[in-house]
Design a protein around this ligand. Sequence first.
Ligand code: PGA
Length: 250
Amino acid sequence: MNEAITPLIIGNWKMNGKIKQLGEIVELDIILNDMNTDKCHVVICPPTTLLISAAQLNENSKIAFGGQDCHVEQSGAHTGDISAEMLKDAGAQYVIVGHSERRADCGESDEIVQGKVEAAFRADITPIICIGESENERKQGRALEVVLEQLDKSIPTDIKDIIVAYEPVWAIGTGLVPSINDINEMHNAIRVALIKRFGVNGEKTPILYGGSMKPNNAKEMLELNNVNGGLVGGASLKASDFIQIIEACQ
Ligand code: PGA
């Protein structure tokens, strides 16, 4: 844990949750109200169908909200897409970009991801930029090379506030996690690259770990100097699990 960066615990609900699921946010809010949460920012990225309701329901709460993706354009003929401006209008302060599921399912390249980061800046919301190697790339000993290249190409030259999320693809939703040494090595390398490119801004950029972060392994990860929070999928869907990861930050 690096005292100079307030850690973020961000829940990525993915394509999960109907209206009933908002009850988990209400429950989380009640628990957070009784907790000293100065040590950690809590964000939930629900599906877009729930974003407005979640944000309105929790207007004065300690939970902030984010989208899971945005289009590069502000508006126009892009059926089914949502712009960063629309997310902001719906109550989002953050947006996940370049998640590996979108890179794989929708063929998103680093260049497209970079355009989405710029769209987030334009709308004045903070992009959470996901990078991570595949199982094969790690087996071939190319994890560092691949991740640093994604980092380089997914981030524009001029940055505002950004968050980087290192998510090894093979750890997402599998229950597998890299060793603590591997997480440490990767996060330190990302920090060095960020500082080299962005100076002071690179020093204060939060670097989150994501991929099967759970109540039973979060603490050990969050204790590392360059792990400044978590991007949590499955374990963010139930307030009772998610709160234990938030507590691991305290
Ligand atoms: P997981 O997902 O925690 O379910 O592995 C993380 C993510 O994809 O952001």
